[in-house]
Design a protein around this ligand. Structure first.
Ligand code: NAD
Length: 253
């Protein structure tokens, strides 16, 4: 496993799912980890379980990010790994997209990501690693995900430009595009259980490896990209999706 001893890592949305597993793996690799999230109770519970620091900060509120940065600076000084993971999945069909839904999803998934990096920039050490959690949805035409997909496609476009702009400081910026991963994100959509199960089965059938990803699958890639083992990798995008991105039109048999 990559060695992250002596590094400070901030994981936004670290109290659940992919963020939680990544915080656990980053800590296991030797990093000092700070997790964030929206719910005070859930952040405290996860921080206690992981034995890391938890800070409540809603990434859709710029003042909350400012406060988060102040707290991290006071406690740790500098940051080496910034995992921009906080996000929501709020599916809606075209024709039923309200301004409020648009602003909410873009405000967390894209604006929240951009301003997390913007505000952490002064704290990032030269040679730091920024990892943006995007999605294969950025490239698929999955029904009901137009705004979600656009929020992630925007994040990928931002990632490429950030990689070139921050290269003079040797700060690496990469994006990770998971396929379906078994986390609480789907139950938070408010879909009834029956619809959720049908959705999960249909999705799994489209994955060549015939399973959902586990948060740990993504965490393994995050730890690698965070580490000096990935020191020549920037501006990259990594699909980690059981092959859904290359699902064939016709099955082999
Ligand atoms: P999750 O619901 O388990 O975790 C999401 C985390 O983001 C939680 O900790 C939550 O508190 C945090 N969060 C949400 N809104 C926030 C806000 N305004 N401020 C601060 N924190 C906030 O879901 P997950 O599946 O682990 O999702 C993590 C990331 O992975 C998201 O960006 C999501 O879009 C992306 N993703 C997930 C999947 C999947 O299938 N689960 C696939 C591709 C991409």
């Amino acid at each position: 496993m990559s060695n992250l001893t002596g590094k400070v890592a901030v994981v936004t949305g670290g109290n659940s799912g992919i963020g939680y597993a990544s915080a656990e793996s980053l800590k296991a690799a030797g990093a000092q980890v700070i997790i964030t999230g929206r719910s005070a109770e859930k952040v405290a519970e996860a921080a206690e379980a992981l034995q890391v620091e938890g800070i409540v900060a809603d990434v859709s509120q710029l003042s909350a990010i400012d406060h988060l940065v102040e707290q991290v600076e006071a406690g740790y000084g500098k940051v080496d790994i910034l995992f921009v993971n906080a996000g929501i999945f709020a599916p809606a069909p075209i024709g039923q997209i309200s301004e409020e839904m648009f602003d909410h999803q873009m405000g967390i998934n894209f604006k929240g990501a951009v301003f997390t990096i913007e505000k952490f920039l002064p704290l990032l050490n030269d040679g730091a690693s920024v990892i943006n959690l995007s999605s294969v949805n950025a490239y698929t035409g999955m029904p009901n995900t137009a705004v979600y997909a656009a929020s992630k496609a925007a994040l990928n476009a931002y990632t490429r430009t950030a990689a070139t702009e921050l290269a003079p400081r040797q700060i690496r910026v990469n994006a990770v595009n998971p396929g379906p991963v078994a986390t609480p994100i789907f139950s938070k959509t408010g879909m009834p259980d029956e619809q959720l199960n049908g959705f999960a089965t249909a999705m799994q059938n489209r994955v060549p490896l015939k399973r959902f990803g586990q948060p740990k699958d993504i965490a393994n890639l995050v730890v690698f990209l965070a580490s000096d083992d990935a020191s020549f990798i920037t501006g990259g995008e990594y699909n980690i999706d059981g092959g859904i991105n290359v699902n064939p039109l016709l099955a082999a048999n």
